[in-house]
Design a binder for this molecule. Structure first.
Ligand code: URA
Length: 232
């Protein structure tokens, strides 16, 4: 079947509108005239589970072809704290869960250090699919995948986001500043407090970073009004 130029144009516009909506845009204007308004009253709230089902067969970038699993993220849909890593690795790709390898076990300990459990928080990544050989995410992959993360944040509405590692912090803050300088302070991310800290995989290689991560976690706990557990 031959597709007309008009249909191709309509489909491209639909795709752009869909992406904009995922990233929180509610109104669209053409030539200065408002043509669509999605008021709060009419906006259907999608649950995190529904959203997962809607997007988990994504093929927006080539990683859709090489992945085993679409790693949506895991945890509470009402989490006050959300962690954002870089991308699934081999273990995560195989199991379909974020942070399940060695770095994940360390992340669990970090979460527990402020008196929370993995199920209390939400753990996600910048990319939902594993880049081959764990290479760095490409800009095209990030722009295809970031609207999903924004929508997850919009559904969960965490009080604090903790970005893990250079890649997550630099992507979310649109910055090239090294993680050693970004970490340790809160930033505003779409109205939510964002604390960058070191990635647990980095801590496995550099024990000296643990002290800084502990400082960052204490600041997060304070922001969330959490009482720190007694040291055993
Ligand atoms: N590293 C990440 O950044 N994310 C994961 O899910 C696992 C390892």
């Amino acid at each position: 079947m031959k597709i007309s130029k008009k249909e191709i144009l309509i489909n491209s516009v639909k795709r752009v509108v869909e992406l904009e909506k995922l990233s929180g845009v509610e109104e669209f204007c053409i030539a200065g005239r408002q043509v669509k308004k999605n008021t709060k009253k009419h906006k259907k709230k999608v649950s995190l589970e529904e959203y997962k089902n809607n997007i988990s067969s994504c093929q927006k970038c080539p990683l859709g072809k090489t992945r085993i699993s679409f790693v949506f993220g895991a945890g509470s849909p009402k989490a006050p704290l959300m962690f954002v890593g870089e991308a699934p690795g081999r273990d995560e790709d195989q199991q379909g869960e974020p942070f399940v390898g060695r770095a994940g076990q360390l992340l669990t300990k970090i979460i527990e250090s402020i008196g929370l459990k993995r199920e209390d928080v939400f753990i996600g990544n910048i990319l939902k699919c594993r880049p081959p050989q764990n290479r760095n995410p490409l800009p095209t992959e990030i722009s295809a995948c970031t609207p999903y993360l924004l929508k997850q944040i919009d559904i969960i509405k965490p009080k604090v986001i903790c970005s893990l590692g250079k890649f997550s912090a630099q992507t979310l803050l649109n910055s090239e500043t090294p993680i050693s300088r970004l970490r340790g302070k809160f930033y505003d991310y779409h109205g939510i407090k964002l604390m960058p800290t070191y990635h647990p995989a980095y801590l496995l290689r550099n024990q000296s970073g643990k002290k800084d991560v502990w400082e960052d976690m204490k600041a997060i706990a304070k922001e969330l009004g959490l009482k720190l557990p007694q040291k055993k």
